[in-house]
Design a protein around this ligand. Sequence first.
Ligand code: PLP
Length: 468
Amino acid sequence: MALHKGPQKHQERVLSVNPFFGEANPVGGMTEAPPTHRLPDAPMPPTTAYQLVHDELMLDGNSRLNLATFVSTWMEPQAGVLMSECRDKNMIDKDEYPRTAELERRCVAMLADLWNAPDPAAAVGCSTTGSSEACMLAGMALKRRWTQRNADRYPGARPNLVMGINVQVCWEKFCNFWEVEARLIPMDGDRYHLDPRAAAELCDENTIGVVGILGSTFDGSYEPIAELCAALDALQERTGLDIPVHVDGASGAMVAPFLDEDLVWDFRLPRVASINTSGHKYGLVYPGVGWALWRDSEALPEELVFRVNYLGGDMPTFALNFSRPGAQVVAQYYNFLRLGREGYRAVQQSTRDVARSLADRIEGLGDFRLLTRGDELPVFALTTADHVTAYDVFDVSRRMRESGWLVPAYTFPANREDLSVLRIVCRNGFSHDLADLFLDDLTRLLPELRRQPHPLNRDKEAATSFHH
Ligand SMILES: *Cc1c(COP(=O)(O)O)cnc(C)c1O
């Protein structure tokens, strides 16, 4: 979580409390505000506390107008009811909450089947707080397998992980925290993600694995996982190096199985050792759940698995956290049961339809060039057309905020730092109607933007609200 500092002088705001709020105060209403950067000396009535916190949160954005985030902002009321029924359940207490543990197990089984594990019964997996923890676990398994194979050379040799420069920040964290060299394949021309041949060329005897992304957070494109595996097969033939692949399917592992059935990206490829997804992205659950699966127990070294018996029972676990809420896992199971394959297909298809149609209509405005069209992840990136010199993507992002829309603008990494883009993430709940309103607002804004003398936001370093 964000690293915060202790009390700062300039932050000491004096909250004033509406006398109406202090209903339980015997002298007719509390007007003196509580401190905000140290614990108040005394308790206050729950209604007053509720109103204070509630009012402050009104200034948070409207999540449904946020086209920056991938994370679910809408679930059915029934899912909400189930989640509130489970908010006291601790996922780690497998013995006290055996049914919650069973629902987690069923979700893993369903995902192993969905991702075509050759022997679903042999696949192993777990829930996590999100894809970041799942990627951390998958990376640890890759590293441990490599150290086991190279016990004679390690720790002298330095392990490395090969991936496109477009990876999500969790992979930079993994490499930093676990002291693995990140070997990044830069972007090149209009290739905005990993190139299979370049990936194979970066591999050597210290490579713990290659990460392929389905799909890229930068532009929503799928990386070519099958071609990546083929390039690594060829590498093995040439050199004997057998490099496993992890697929970071944070978004796409819950899109491709329903909409792109012919795309081979998952455990059907023998080289794919593990896959992760974010249950709280296109798994359609509120924030707080991800999944990590390994094709079989060989891909997940037994020595990383912990069995603790101090809560009773001794269910094996693989996790960074200990305690964690069970509600999100229950909500994931609810969605699986409620939607089934057909339901997920319908939901994802309608989100993709919204993305594709919005991308086409934005292109039709004449001022923009699309880098992607929303036909892989329902996400697309665009930049201003060459003839547009009066304004840039940062101006568009800033001005769309005036109508409540959050659309991040950011520059691409090497070797396309010259390219600045806007990215639009369509999610369940961003309907055709909302897309129409978005397009109306953008269309209304363009004449004003075109009259600018030059782009006004010169600070390109400061990307606006880019959520991976
Ligand atoms: C979102 C994302 C992550 C991180 O996932 P969280 O669930 O937010 O922790 C990792 N990789 C990719 C490709 C992503 O899109």
